[in-house]
Design a protein around this ligand. Structure first.
Ligand code: ZN
Length: 243
């Protein structure tokens, strides 16, 4: 790196790194927000679909019941017809055959009645499920409406804070040497928002690798920018005694 006023540049970079830490954290929060809204919307849509599915089951069950009631009606009409015919029969054999036919029809009748009872019970259960599901849907919708607004307010506030910090960042970066800044930015992106590392206990506080005494001496000399061999972060000494 070219000859720069190391002490001055480091002072700018320390300020810049503090800003960037905050910016990285704000941007992470900001990026997570849309997913929160999506989750709320997905939950609402799932509950809505569940309500619709139960309503359709109820419709199908009602249709089946109506059909069974019609079947029952026509069976009963048929039985009545057979019963009036009973009186017109001439022989005992015909009479017995007809009576068997009637009792067969009556057995069918009571089977249909049982089916109708089962369908009525099913309808009761489905209506209970529908009530529960509608409550879940209402809750999901309430959450969506209320939380979405809150999240949108948070997004606006994060965006505001980010743009304020971005403006401050521009003022500081204008003071940093172009090559130093290029290195800083490259490490910043590659190392998740931390491009500057203090030296403590003879180690780089960015990657915690031990630094050779020569490197520490070079940092103290403040003759040029020194970077960590293992993580490429720009090194500085915060407190000579701790270094
Ligand atoms: Zn390091």
């Amino acid at each position: 790196m070219q000859k720069v006023n190391v002490e001055e540049q480091l002072a700018h970079l320390i300020k810049l790194q503090a800003l960037d830490r905050r910016l990285y954290s704000l941007r992470r929060d900001r990026q997570a927000k849309p997913k929160l809204i999506e989750d709320l919307e997905r939950r609402r849509n799932e509950e809505q679909a569940a309500v619709k599915a139960i309503e359709e089951k109820i419709k199908a069950s009602q249709l089946k019941r109506k059909q069974r009631e019609l079947d029952l009606q026509s069976k009963e009409d048929g039985i009545k017809k057979l019963q009036t015919q009973l009186y017109q029969l001439k022989t005992n054999k015909e009479y017995l055959t007809m009576q068997q036919e009637i009792s067969g029809q009556k057995a069918d009748d009571s089977r249909i009645e049982d089916e109708i009872l089962v369908l009525m019970e099913e309808a009761d259960n489905l209506n209970k499920d529908l009530g529960k599901e509608k409550a879940l849907f209402a809750d999901a919708e309430k959450h969506l409406n209320e939380d979405k607004k809150k999240i949108e307010v948070e997004i606006a506030s994060l965006d505001g804070e980010i743009s304020t910090l971005d403006a401050q960042r521009k003022e500081i970066t204008a003071l940093v040497d172009v090559k130093v800044l290029a290195h800083y930015e490259k490490v910043l992106t590659g190392r998740d928002g931390v491009a500057l590392a203090a030296v403590k206990g003879k180690s780089c506080q960015g990657c915690f690798m031990n630094l050779p005494p020569q490197v520490i001496n070079e940092i103290k000399m403040k003759d040029k920018m020194i970077t960590c061999d293992s993580c490429a972060r720009i090194l500085y000494i915060e407190n000579e005694e701790d270094a």
